[in-house]
Design a protein around this ligand. Structure first.
Ligand SMILES: C[S@@+](CC[C@H](N)C(=O)[O-])C[C@H]1O[C@@H](n2cnc3c(N)ncnc32)[C@H](O)[C@@H]1O
Length: 230
């Protein structure tokens, strides 16, 4: 994948993408946000706990944390100033602190968070960066704090036919028809194929969070993991 892992490229790419990122909701028929809600229900944060959303993008999870879970102490971390600007415009400063920083080495204090979430960001990282991300999650969580990650993944079997149609054909076609940048050239299909699935890194998660629980949704189109700092 062209972008994966290069910090400056990531920043530039997502700065440009930030103005139109919300249109992904339209191209996923609202399913992306419904999946974020489902994933945050796995985390089930209390409203007085500190929740850190890593790679928060334009703040979709922040909106759900505020509205559905009434969270009052949210931290959003993202490397892209553009994404953080959109998140701040959407959800304001009340109850939310924004960090325009690298999630792999952020200034979020150690043992600080009750809950950590990260959605749809893992595929933008190289495998060795995901190792750093997992240890960073361990560092910022309080003892007994919990985390949840999820990512688009490559399914097998019958669902892979639908997956291929949607990511390799439908999405790039829609992007061309609506002059929507970035996903025109199978960007998502390629980055998801490179990533595979969260299950391929099960050993890594278990080495840091021994009681990790893995989930596979929509026939494997989304995979995820949750766990607790012991
Ligand atoms: C595909 S978006 C996902 C955004 C959001 N979590 C969501 O559910 O829509 C990936 C985000 O990760 C951010 N990102 C990429 N590399 C990063 C890094 N090293 N540190 C912090 N954010 C990063 C990008 O700026 C982008 O906003």
């Amino acid at each position: 994948m062209i972008l994966s892992g290069n910090f400056e490229n990531q920043r530039r790419f997502f700065d440009l993408f930030s103005k139109s990122y919300h249109l992904m909701e339209f191209f996923t028929f609202g399913l992306a946000n419904r999946t974020r809600k489902r994933f945050l229900r796995v985390l089930n944060p209390s409203n007085d706990g500190i929740v850190c959303d890593l790679m928060c993008g334009n703040g979709n999870n922040i909106g759900i944390l505020k509205k559905d879970f009434r969270c009052k102490r949210i931290i959003g971390v993202d490397v892209s100033e553009g994404m953080i600007r959109v998140a701040r415009n959407r959800f304001g400063e009340e109850d939310v602190f924004y960090f325009t920083e690298n999630a792999l080495s952020s200034s979020v204090p150690s043992d600080h968070c009750d809950f950590v979430s990260c959605s749809f960001g893992l595929k933008t990282l190289q495998p060795e960066q995901r190792v750093l991300l997992i240890s960073e999650v361990y560092r910022i969580l309080k003892p007994s704090g919990t985390f949840v990650f999820m990512e688009l993944s490559k399914p097998s079997g019958f669902v892979s036919v639908f997956w291929k149609f949607y990511f390799s054909f439908f999405l790039p076609l829609m992007a061309r028809l609506f002059s929507y940048p970035f996903v025109k050239r199978k960007y998502l299909a390629d980055s998801i194929s490179d990533f595979g699935s969260i299950f391929s890194e099960e050993t890594l998660y278990r080495s840091v969070f021994p009681k990790s629980r893995f989930f596979r949704w929509y026939g494997g189109i989304v995979t995820g993991v949750s766990g607790m700092k012991s």
